[in-house]
Design a protein around this ligand. Structure first.
Ligand code: AMP
Ligand code: MG
Length: 295
């Protein structure tokens, strides 16, 4: 997944704890092998190679995650859209590479989640246009974290934290106290803007500081507005708190694209979901569920 994984478990039985951590790491590698767009033999890469030519059957797991991704596209009016990759693959943030206008224009015409058709009867995936590409970078780490937590629970681990990049889920406590998560200051690597205590929830942060380069004072980063194929620039970071990491992962990316007003309106409408937003001026905004505590 090209990202840092943290697993912390507390268990009376040291060996059981170590084995549980090893099992989580193996699970993370398994998911990466299936869903990485960079491995030519992954299930996801096969879709990008062939699904525009014909429907391609996929595993139950990938099919279900694609269904979930499309449901977030509908919920967010297309702000969350895995076909962003049709333009996204033209960027290379490490090499400071971005598409020219003509290439971007062509790529944007291929972005639309409506171009991804899922057939539940055959578990197959079909892209309606040539040139459509998908990438699960906005939801896959959350899914991996949820899978890890499921696996830990099956092993009777009751207290744990699992993080993949910006996506975390905790169960139980850390030696009797709530787990704590820091929200980074988007413009100061070693500073925090908030610490939040957590119990049995997931938290995801999306930020414009994770993968980016700057050109003439403009920041090109990895969260793409599907309408333009360009980076979304109304926010610096979005943190979502919710019941599971697949949800918080998808929604943090979504709200980043939607911006402060539409984003908070969506979050305030959803049960059990909260948001902490740092806008482009560095000003913090909270969803209704957090407002009293933050004052
Ligand atoms: P996150 O850190 O969870 O916000 O994920 C960022 C990743 O989501 C990017 O690296 C892309 O792989 C993917 N992504 C970027 N823009 C979008 C979008 N509009 N909808 C869905 N996924 C996206
Ligand atoms: Mg996300």
């Amino acid at each position: 997944m090209g990202t840092r994984i943290t697993v912390e478990v507390s268990s009376e039985d040291q060996q059981a704890g170590q084995q549980a951590i090893a099992a989580v790491m193996a699970e993370m590698r398994r998911i990466d092998r299936a869903m990485s767009p960079y491995r030519p033999d992954s299930e996801l890469a096969r879709l990008n190679q062939h699904a525009a030519d014909r429907p391609i059957p996929v595993s139950q797991e990938l099919f279900a995650l694609l269904q979930r991704a499309l449901s977030y596209s509908r919920l967010t009016n297309g702000a969350f859209d895995i076909t962003f990759a049709s333009a996204g693959f033209l960027y290379d943030y490490r090499q400071h590479k971005k598409p020219d206008k003509a290439a971007l224009y062509k790529a944007v015409s291929r972005i639309s989640y409506h171009n991804v058709v899922l057939d539940p009867a055959t578990h197959s995936v079909h892209f309606l246009k040539p040139g459509v590409k998908i990438d699960l970078g906005g939801i896959g780490k959350g899914h991996a974290v949820d899978q890890a937590i499921r696996l830990l629970r099956k092993r009777a681990i009751e207290n744990a934290l699992v993080t993949a990049g910006g996506d975390t889920r905790v169960i139980g406590t850390r030696w009797g106290r709530p787990w704590q998560i820091g929200i980074r200051d988007p413009r100061h690597r070693n500073k925090m803007v908030a610490m939040i205590p957590l119990q049995d929830v997931a938290v995801s942060t999306s930020g414009d500081y994770e993968r980016y380069f700057e050109e003439n004072g403009v920041r090109f980063h990895h969260i793409i507005d599907p309408k333009t194929g360009d980076s979304a620039r109304t926010l610096q970071s979005v943190t979502i708190i919710g019941p599971d990491a697949t949800t918080t992962d998808a929604l943090s990316t979504s709200v980043f694209v939607m911006g402060p007003a539409d984003g908070l309106r969506l979050i305030n409408r959803l049960e059990d979901i909260d948001a902490i937003i740092v806008d482009s001026q560095g000003v913090m905004h909270y969803s209704d569920g957090l407002e009293p505590a933050s004052k």
